[in-house]
Design a protein around this ligand. Structure first.
Ligand code: HEM
Length: 466
């Protein structure tokens, strides 16, 4: 009897699924070729921003169930098309030259500067990206950056023994201060502390409403930008005055030879802000979440620790991590990818249309935003078996990193140029952390997953020597 019931029930479920999927397809076909993609625009001015921010990924999934994986909405002050289709996402990212340029909010562009990489397209972007790639090339990582990262991490991680630390704050400090050291060798605490305070205000403003009134995050961030620019200008002038040629990132940016396009001071400063900003939140949040997942998965931590102890065994305590060590950290790389996937450090990227254009059979008007929403791809059971589980081993199959739907670092012409540098930083941090310390969570801290991954009151851990 039970078996018959199950078969009948199974049949009914299957029939329902077929009907739902047919309805979905019909919905898509109905709207296609008729103009705008399907979807709702919500209230005047506010659109569906409240639902988007409150319900987060569930809002996206509900809209997808109603309208298909390419739908219109109105969020964060702009008419927007959300694309959740992996192939369309790829198409959009690969076709900037057809008029699908970065579409980040006005506040972000005002605060990061008009020479920021997200503000330029076409040949200027190509040129700027080339200049940035030269600063973070594999040779630069080997000779210049990795030794500095190593030195920084050793100091940053000293005296955590027997303390309760907020790992969120520590990883944020780490990401920013380590970059400052790589860019210009800045280490002296008073300057870096002052810089850090202003930089954090700047970051907060990039995701605020662009309302220039006293007390708003936007106004505070504009002021912080002025202070950051002044500090960086002083740095550039000091370097110029010293006549010394230092082969670090700042030295390369300021290099004045016949083969190089000579950057103005304004361009140099915006390039530095681009570097600091792009690597800051991604590196810090991935590092914090790696610590969280490792804490929750002791067997993975044990495996990871083995990898790092093996490296340490061959070295004297004072020997730094070198490029070969980094290359041998295969499991660490897997842990970083798995953290980035499961936590969804980057939900997606924003583009906007430079003219009316047709995508997927719909017309997208000029100036509309396109949210290339890649989050759901991270949990697709066809791409990642058992997608909600933390299983770094899946990345030991190297081909996963080169699959066509690998968007953890973006895709197309804007794919993250700092990927390997970011991995080098997180790996070195993990190396010194897991070989020196064990830790447990104090408990009671909340984690938010959307719109960004963060612990609103910090993530506190009790650390002791390993
Ligand atoms: C785990 C670390 C990182 C993640 C997950 C990450 C992710 C991303 C993503 C998704 C994009 C694409 C943005 C878009 O298409 O609009 C991007 C772009 C970019 N990233 Fe990263 N990133 C990381 C680390 C870094 C680091 C350390 C740096 C700097 C040294 C950096 C520099 C950049 C720059 C300059 C761009 C803009 C590229 C362009 O517009 O051509 N990133 N990153």
């Amino acid at each position: 009897m039970a078996v018959v019931c199950m078969v009948v029930l199974g049949g009914l479920v299957l029939m329902m699924l077929c009907i739902c999927s047919a309805l979905l397809r019909w919905n898509e076909v109905k709207y296609r070729k008729k103009g705008l993609p399907p979807g709702t625009m919500g209230w005047p001015v506010f659109g569906e921003t409240t639902e988007f921010l409150k319900q987060g990924p569930n809002f996206m999934k509900t809209q997808r169930a109603r309208h298909g994986s390419f739908f219109k909405t109105h969020i964060l002050g702009c008419p927007t098309v959300v694309s959740m289709d992996p192939d369309l996402n790829r198409y959009i990212l690969m076709n900037e030259s057809k008029g699908l340029v970065p579409g980040y909010p006005k506040s972000m562009l005002d605060i990061l500067g008009k020479c920021n990489i997200a503000a330029v397209h076409g040949s200027t972007h190509k040129h700027m990206r080339g200049a940035l790639l030269a600063l973070i090339s594999p040779t630069m990582i080997r000779d210049q950056l990795l030794p500095k990262i190593d030195d920084f991490m050793r100091t940053h991680l000293t005296s955590w023994d027997n303390k309760i630390i907020n790992i969120q704050d520590k990883t944020k400090e780490m990401a920013l201060l380590s970059s400052l050291k790589q860019i210009a060798g800045i280490e002296s605490m008073p300057i870096s502390q002052e810089f850090m305070t202003e930089f954090f205000k700047l970051v907060l403003g990039t995701l605020s409403l662009p309302i220039d009134l006293p007390g708003t995050n936007y106004r505070r961030a504009l002021q912080a930008r002025k202070n950051v620019v002044n500090m960086l200008r002083q740095l550039v002038e000091e370097r110029r005055g010293s006549k010394e040629s230092i082969p670090d990132m700042l030295g390369l940016l300021m290099k004045d030879d016949d083969n190089n396009y000579k950057l103005t001071d304004e361009e140099i400063i915006d390039q530095i802000i681009t570097l600091l900003y792009s690597g800051y939140e991604t590196v810090s949040t991935t590092s914090m979440m790696a610590i969280k997942y490792l804490h929750d998965h002791p067997a993975v931590l044990q495996e990871l620790r083995k990898e790092h102890l093996r490296i340490r065994e061959k070295k004297r305590p004072e020997d730094p991590i070198d490029l070969n060590d980094l290359k041998s950290m295969k499991f660490t790389r897997a842990v970083i990818f798995e953290t980035s996937r499961l936590a969804t450090i980057v939900n997606g990227v924003l583009r906007k249309t430079t003219h009316d254009m047709e995508i997927n059979g719909f017309v997208i008007p000029k100036g509309w935003r396109i949210y290339v929403y890649t989050r759901e791809i991270n949990y697709d059971p066809f791409l990642y078996q058992d997608p909600l589980a933390f299983k770094p081993l899946r990345w030991m199959d190297k081909s996963l990193e080169y699959k066509k739907y690998f968007f953890l670092f973006g895709g197309g012409t804007r794919q993250c140029p700092g990927k390997e540098l970011g991995i080098a930083e997180i790996s070195t941090f993990i190396h010194y952390f897991v070989t020196q310390y064990r830790w447990e969570e104090v408990g009671g801290d909340k984690l938010m997953r959307f719109p960004r991954v963060e612990a609103p009151n910090g993530l506190h851990i009790r650390v002791s020597a390993y």
